[in-house]
Design a protein around this ligand. Structure first.
Ligand code: FMN
Length: 162
């Protein structure tokens, strides 16, 4: 069965809550498994074992938290080996216009440099789900939908390679 790993860093719980909501969405796709991990419990080796990787971070000065950056930098160990996997990103910030989209783009850039496949969205949050503080009704819905969309893509790509 195809697998998605959701990795996040969260100091006050908002990004962690988004990670769980995205996982809920993934679980709606029956042929895809999901594992959610705090970045401090995740090892870069695990990236090799999954078909999709979704990374979430609070917005810190318009970019990802150092803990997430460190994990991404460690993934250089597998540079070239993650090509063709699906990547995604999400972020929580304190304010609208506080940099959550630039945070997502920074994570997506790392996925692209690994040769991963990114899916945007023509409606809702175009680059990946965002929340302002604790996810509200709008963010909750978009996180669940995002999980389902990424799982659907992972499922399609995995069926091609079988
Ligand atoms: C060091 C630091 C930098 C931050 N920088 C920003 C920022 O640039 N823009 C913003 O809107 N919020 C910023 N915040 C607020 C967090 O992004 C926000 O509280 C977020 O919801 C925290 O997520 P968490 O509950 O997963 O830790 C910052 C918080 C900290 C601690």
């Amino acid at each position: 069965m195809a697998k998605i790993l959701i990795i996040y860093y969260s100091e006050s719980g908002n990004t962690a809550e988004m990670a769980q909501l995205i996982a809920e969405g993934v679980k709606m796709k029956e042929d895809v498994e999901v594992n959610v991990k705090d970045v401090s419990d995740a090892r870069v080796e695990e990236l090799l074992e999954v078909e999709g990787v979704i990374i979430g971070s609070p917005t810190y000065y318009g970019s990802m938290a150092a803990e997430i950056k460190k994990f991404i930098d460690e993934s250089v160990k597998f540079h070239g080996k993650l090509e063709g996997k699906v990547g995604g990103a999400f972020s929580s910030s304190a304010q609208i216009g506080g940099g959550n989209e630039t945070t997502i783009m920074d994570i997506l850039k790392a996925h692209l440099i690994h040769g991963m496949i990114i899916q945007g969205s023509p409606k809702g949050d175009h680059y990946g789900p965002v929340a302002i503080g604790k996810p509200d009704e709008r963010s909750r819905k978009l996180c669940i939908e995002y999980g389902y969309r990424i799982a659907t893509l992972v499922s399609k790509i995995s069926s091609l390679s079988q």
